[in-house]
Structures are given as structure tokens and as C-alpha cells.
Design a protein around this ligand. Structure first.
Ligand code: GLN
Length: 243
């Protein structure tokens, strides 16, 4: 058994530790004896996107989003094929935004996005950037839990059909929003950097299970000792007065 991950624009879309998500996915698969094949793909490189179990894309400042969006749009049909073949998606912040209808950046420039989902994003004025630690109450594939992360985005994402979670502390999809992120049965899109996965092992395992499902069906992941990871999350939940 192996897990094939395609890490898009690893060299450009990687804010606030997003690369750490790739390391956690590799660690949590190999610890279970599952081979992890982690490939990267940046502007101009060719990869068979639909042959991967997981499509992972980190966040980026407006500058990097402007640099990569045309290349991303050129892969629209290939990404749609991957979606049709149940590839799982982990999209962080700027990556999240670029799967909706459009992103209007801080300078008012409208960046065309992939349009796979009806949400759209418009940057706020500088007084309403969403910056800081964030905690959510969420549920993934039947399991309820609290998650923590770090957000820094001007983008205000609206018209989100199925949010990832309920904001307990922080902003979320918009300045002081009650909801954060977006999810479907294969897509997890969130504003949570940090990186997201080290302090939220249940999210990491849900993403791995979703990705493995594509070729292997339901896979029972052996539990790992997450004492340290859960302690780290607990520290943040306490610091945010959520518990
Ligand atoms: N540039 C986008 C914004 O400011 C995304 C930022 C990010 O990926 N952290 O909303």
C-alpha cells in the first residue's frame, strides 16, 4: 500500500509552515508501514494529477497567487478529472481561495479562480485583515473535535455552502465570522496555517484516510501515540480560553 501526494507550488505557496503538513502526512503514513510518495509540481512542470491520491496546496501572499494562478487555471481539466476520480484535496488559505470563483486581491485586482465551488473571496481593507490564532469546533467523517491553527488573510470568503467548522476563537472565512473553511467528502479547504496538521492529528488521519479510500476503499488506520500533538493543541485551546 502507498499514498501518492502531489504538493502543488511547494516553492511559492508555502506560508506560515504549510510545508509542515507534507512532513506530517509522510510521518503518519510511514509510521504505519504505508509508503509515502511525495511529489512536487510548480509552474510549468507536468504531472499526471489524476494519478495522485492527495492534491495538497499551501497558502500564498497576493504576489504569489498572481504568479501561479494562470498555471493553475491551465490545469483545470486535469484537476476536474482528479476530482471525478476521488482524489482528496487539502487546500490552505490562498490555495482554498483559488478553487472558488475568484479572488479580488488587496489592490482590487480580480484573479480568476478555478470555479469548482460557488464561494468567492474579496480582500478586506487593511483594518480588517484576519490575523491571529484560531480555534474551531468541527467534524470530519463522523468525528467531532476542536482544532487550532493560525490565520493571516485579507481575503473574505463568502457564499460558502459547507463550512469546515464553527469558529470558537479567531476570524474564519470573514472578519469575525462564525464559520471557517469549506469541506466536502474529498475536499478540505481551510484558512488554518501553523502548519495545520501537527497539532491536529485527527485532521491529518482524516486526510490520509480520504486519500487512501480512492484506491483501497475504507482503510482502518492503526492509532499512533499522539500525546505530544494533543498536548500542543490543548495548550493553544487553553491559551484561547476555549477550554
Ligand atoms: N493572499 C491571500 C489573502 O491575503 C491569501 C493569504 C494566505 O494564503 N495566508 O487573503
Amino acid at each position: 500500500m502507498n499514498l501518492k501526494i502531489l504538493w502543488m507550488y511547494h516553492d511559492l505557496m508555502d506560508l506560515y509552515g504549510d510545508k509542515g503538513n507534507a512532513e506530517v502526512l509522510r510521518y503518519r503514513t510511514e509510521k504505519r508501514g504505508i509508503e509515502c510518495i511525495l511529489d512536487t509540481c510548480t509552474i510549468g512542470e507536468k504531472k499526471d494529477i489524476a494519478s495522485y491520491d492527495l492534491f495538497f496546496m499551501g497558502g500564498g501572499a497576493d504576489r504569489e497567487q498572481n504568479l501561479i494562478y494562470k498555471d493553475l487555471l491551465s490545469r483545470k481539466d486535469a484537476i476536474r478529472d482528479a476530482m471525478d476520480q476521488k482524489t482528496a484535496f487539502l487546500l490552505i488559505c490562498g490555495g482554498y481561495q483559488l478553487f472558488g470563483k475568484y479572488y479580488k486581491d488587496q489592490d482590487g485586482k480580480v484573479i480568476e479562480a478555478l470555479g469548482f465551488f460557488d464561494y468567492y473571496t474579496e480582500a478586506s481593507d487593511r483594518d480588517h485583515r484576519c490575523i491571529g490564532n484560531i480555534a474551531l469546533e468541527t467534524e470530519l467523517d463522523g468525528k467531532k473535535f476542536m482544532a487550532v491553527g493560525f490565520e493571516n488573510h485579507g481575503g473574505q470568503t463568502k457564499n460558502v455552502a459547507s463550512p469546515f467548522g464553527k469558529v470558537l476563537s479567531g476570524h474564519g472565512n470573514e472578519y469575525k465570522s462564525p464559520y471557517e473553511g469549506f469541506k466536502t467528502d474529498t475536499v478540505l479547504a481551510t484558512y488554518m496555517h501553523g502548519p495545520l496538521l501537527p497539532k491536529n492529528p485527527m485532521i491529518a488521519d482524516a486526510v490520509i484516510a480520504r486519500a487512501l479510500r480512492r484506491r483501497y476503499g475504507e482503510v482502518e488506520l492503526a492509532p499512533l501515540d499522539d500525546t505530544l500533538e494533543n498536548k500542543a493543541r490543548e495548550v493553544m485551546l487553553k491559551r484561547l480560553h476555549v477550554i
